[in-house]
Design a protein around this ligand. Structure first.
Ligand SMILES: Cc1ncc(COP(=O)(O)O)c(C=O)c1O
Length: 912
């Protein structure tokens, strides 16, 4: 049996233990020698013990059935036991227990029905009532537990939209464990009899409640507060759930308490009917998909189409002689749902008043924003909308230079003065990390010293980065607000929509951090901490401010925007994205300009299917986001573990750890790796709470330089062409495997098999290689792993595009449009005229964006001076990999004349 340490999560452990139990009971049923039977009985006993502590948190098979199987075991009915375990496991794997009662004894007449389960069509599954579990928290004896459960099951009515089973746990700690472990739980009923401590001792499960801070919080509770506190604590872990508090305290006593996710309080009553109706209504509120439902209903109405869109109702296809295959491929529904109408129960994305408005409001609740806006053309558009809505010409914006290109274009459109921030480079892997907080503060302090702080409008960062570096969002906002209390933050969360649905990840999302900050800024403790720090920092110089963890003034404005490609990490059709707003000044200051910006960039024919998919994607995350993200993390973790422990794989590959991708100075916890073969798993919680940067474990970067192939060759010629495995990000010597909420353990297993096959192939090849071939291989590896050109920093904007040379911001818009006139531009060849001009001391200024792959971000933007480092980097790369560079002509640069003219125009304007 694998040790508990080998498991990242208890869910994985549970399913593996059941599979092992099935194997052991099968063998036991077949019989054997006395020695074999003794060993087998011991094994079953051990498995039994390990399952015994985790099964009380689940409704199926339930402790009654579990005890029944145990009796089969102790009384030696091994065949019956094997049969029961087989059934339980099958139902757990197929999810059949969600649809019907699963009898575990051999003689049941329902058996055949169950065997048909696997044959259920997807439509039949779709029609079955969704299932969930209700957690009842009360310290009851067996008899009382049966009474509670029978009361719950008596409430069922045929017309109920959902069905549920109850799980009963005795204490507050058990309840916290249950909501983190059992993803079937959708509602919690907290009764007055609950106790505080769990009797369970299983580190894998009690990990969350063991966290020191939480433990102190829990230990200081008074018994009468257990119920309300539990509701509050669950709100921090799983804010999407509903709780119902049954209390013996008075209304006055409860009023005014923070009850977290509590939807309703029942005072001194056992009204099971009310409770049942409330539970169903609570789940229905999340299940509801206003726009998807409206679209389904619309598609069923008979209509005559007298507006645009011949494809609507499939009319142009069904009457066609030539494009029938399209109709056959997509099926009729998509065309029935295609329309340009905004009436008939539908709505307009540009002026939503009906189901789209409601769907956006539900998304806002789900993602913790104050307002949410759907976009049907990706986060590329969302970014431009937010930038245009908030940034006025000449405003200064701090931007990470390796951000997505939509931001650079957004800056051009808005006329911002851009102050580029450098991410720390990871030269060994030819990729960038993220921008250290120290550098951001330094820029702000420099701008303050130059008297420009009032023009600084926004800080724009990518969280998480493509490669999975995650910022400490809350800390960055706090410290920046301490310098500039009305700074607007735009967090590009194109890759991070899923993060909201995991308690650890959620802490580093824009919306959660904004909500935490709002609450903190209001608190008296914050006000006094601020006052104290102010007194201490009176007359402090910048060096001290840079070293100090700054506290923002209580009057700071929380102004936060997050843009997410829902389609990248959650269920949505391509281009489905969302803008989440949590800005205290949105209504007063931004609403109108936001509306204009939204109009500027949104099509007047937005795709309804995308909007419907965003609505359904929101339903999914509110009901099973926690489960799916948990599984995704598990899949990624098992991939990390499999690669780093496999002797053959270790020879050619290396999974990059937090230690490889985040310099030590930014990892306060000191945690280097989330998995060490000798120690097992490190709890993510601690580093995610503390460290400046953490690594999103769901993105697995694999160094492949040891195979002698560069990242791109490995991606296209090996993974893609030979094994049909698709990935999209590579660097010179790495490939990135991104897991998502659809990744299964078997897809991970397939990938590992493929990697093993590749490694074996390389072993064979090297076995037969001649000395020369071996030397050539080693040379390739050294070249890929060690001879990498250092990644260049942002040099600077040319003086013609800067107001002064005190701080670094530049007018990218003027540079961008200056290049529209061909006479202002020239082309210089990398190894020829460009090098010569630079060696002669000329200042060469780029007229366009130059984006080498890798790293995939501009190393030159319009108006930027070409530095020696940039030139060396470009020369070290294969020029065909550089977007914006024309190998036939060279690098597009501004002529000295054009720059001189611009400079003198600038000087004469200044003189006036
Ligand atoms: C950081 C970042 N932001 C924004 C985008 C654009 O997102 P979309 O493809 O939804 O337009 C991407 C796309 O890869 C991205 O990586």
């Amino acid at each position: 049996m694998q040790s508990v340490n080998e498991y990242y999560s208890a869910v994985q452990l549970r399913s593996d233990r059941w599979a092992a139990l099935r194997e052991a009971t099968d063998t036991l049923a077949q019989g054997g020698t006395e020695r074999q039977m003794t060993a087998l009985r011991k094994r079953v006993e051990d498995l039994w013990h390990s399952l015994e502590v985790i099964e009380p948190y689940w409704a199926f098979p339930g402790m009654q059935a579990f005890d029944y199987m145990r009796r089969q075991f102790t009384s030696g009915h091994y065949e019956d036991l094997a049969y029961s375990v087989h059934r339980a496991l099958r139902a757990l794997t197929s999810g059949a227990y969600r649809r019907r009662h699963i009898p575990l004894d051999k003689d049941s007449s329902e058996k055949d029905e169950q065997d048909d389960e696997a044959m259920l069509s997807p439509e039949a599954r779709a029609m079955s009532k969704p299932y969930f579990e209700v957690l009842i928290v009360d310290d009851v004896n067996e008899h009382q537990e049966r009474w509670l459960k029978s009361n719950v099951s008596r409430m069922r009515r045929p017309e109920d939209p959902f069905q549920y089973e109850a799980v009963v746990v005795p204490s507050l700690e058990d309840a916290l464990i249950a909501v983190l472990f059992n993803h079937n739980i959708q509602a919690i009923v907290v009764r007055p009899g609950l106790t505080l401590k769990s009797r369970l001792e299983m580190p894998l499960l009690s990990r969350y409640v063991d966290s020191a801070e939480r433990q102190d919080e829990i230990d200081s509770l008074r018994p009468k507060d257990y119920g309300p506190e539990l509701c509050r604590l669950i709100a921090k872990l799983r804010p999407e759930l509903d709780a119902y508090l049954v209390t013996e305290r008075s209304v006055e006593d409860i009023a005014g308490l923070d009850l977290g996710i509590c939807r309703r309080v029942f005072y001194n009553q056992e009204d099971f009917v009310e409770l049942h109706l409330n539970i169903l209504r609570g789940v229905q509120a999340r299940y509801k998909t206003p726009f998807f439902t409206a679209l389904v209903n619309y598609s069923k109405q008979p209509t005559g189409v007298f507006h645009a869109m011949p494809i609507s109702r499939g009319k142009s296809i069904t009457r066609s002689h030539w494009i029938q295959d399209m109709g056959a491929f997509y099926g009729p529904n998509i065309f029935l749902a295609e329309t340009s109408a905004t009436s008939g129960g539908l709505d307009s994305l540009l002026e939503p008043h009906g189901p789209i408005k409601e769907a956006q409001e539900l998304a806002s609740r789900a993602f913790g924003s104050k307002q949410t806006f759907f976009a049907t053309n990706g986060t590329s558009t969302c970014n431009k909308i937010v930038v245009q809505a908030l940034v006025r010409p000449n405003d200064i914006v701090l931007v990470d230079r390796d951000c997505h290109k939509s931001h650079h274009y957004g800056m051009v459109l808005a006329g911002a003065n851009v102050c580029y921030l450098d991410s720390y480079p990871l030269n060994e892997y030819s990729m960038y990390g993220a921008v250290p907080l120290h550098d951001i503060k330094k820029q702000l302090l420099d701008l303050k010293a130059a008297g420009k702080l009032d023009r600084v409008r926004m800080l724009l960062l990518t969280n998480c980065t493509f490669d999975g570096i995650v910022y400490n969002v809350e800390r960055i906002m706090e410290e920046c607000l301490a310098i500039k209390p009305d700074l607007v933050f735009l967090w590009d969360e194109a890759w991070f929509a899923f993060a909201r649905f995991n308690p650890t990840y959620r802490g580093r999302t824009a919306m959660n951090s904004a909500n935490v900050l709002r609450e903190r800024l209001r608190s008296p403790e914050h006000a006094s901490a601020y006052e104290k720090q102010q007194a201490k920092l009176k007359d402090a110089d910048d060096a001290t401010l840079l070293k100090t963890r700054l506290i923002p003034p209580p009057t700071s404005r929380v102004r936060v925007y997050g843009t997410q490609s829902t389609h990248k990490t959650l269920t949505s059709l391509r281009q489905g994205s969302m803008i989440h707003v949590n800005d205290q000044d949105f209504k007063g200051e931004v609403e109108q300009s936001f509306h204009e910006a939204y109009m500027t960039h949104t099509s007047t024919s937005p795709n309804y299917q995308i909007i419907a998919s965003l609505d359904v994607g929101r339903r999914q995350v509110e009901l099973e986001g926690f489960e799916f993200v948990q599984r995704q993390i598990e899949a990624a973790m098992s991939m990390r573990r499999a690669i780093s422990t496999h002797p053959l794989l270790r020879k050619y590959f290396k999974v990059l750890t937090a230690g490889d991708m985040i310099p030590e100075a930014h990892r306060e916890s000191g945690v280097e790796s989330y998995y060490e073969p000798e120690q097992g798993w490190t709890d993510l919680w601690e580093c995610w709470e503390k460290d400046e940067f953490v690594l999103d474990a769901t993105r697995v970067t694999l160094a492949v330089g040891g195979t002698g192939w560069d990242g791109d060759t490995f991606k296209t010629q090996i993974l893609m062409d030979k094994y049909g495995i698709q990935i999209n990000k590579t660097s010179r010597n790495t490939v990135l495997f991104m897991t998502n909420i659809g990744t299964t353990r078997s897809s991970v297993a397939y990938l590992i098999e493929v990697l093993v096959e590749i490694a074996k192939g390389l072993d064979d090849l090297l076995d037969d290689a001649s000395r020369m071939e071996r030397l050539a291989f080693n040379k390739r590896v050294t070249n890929l792993m060690h001879d990498l050109p250092p990644l260049p920093d942002f040099s600077r904007f040319h003086d013609a595009f800067r107001a002064d040379n005190v701080t670094g911001e530049g007018d990218i818009r003027t540079a961008f449009f200056l290049s529209y006139d061909e006479t202002n531009c020239d082309y210089l060849e990398l190894d020829g005229s460009l090098k010569k001009a630079m060696d002669a001391g000329q200042e060469i200024v780029s007229a366009s964006f130059i984006i080498p792959y890798p790293p995939g971000f501009p190393i030159l933007v319009p108006g930027q001076v070409v530095s020696q480092e940039i030139l060396s980097f470009m020369r070290a790369l294969d020029v065909s990999e550089i977007h914006g560079y024309r190998p036939d002509l060279g690098l597009r640069v501004f002529t000295a004349d054009a720059l001189a003219k611009l400079n003198s125009a600038k000087l004469s304007t200044a003189a006036e």
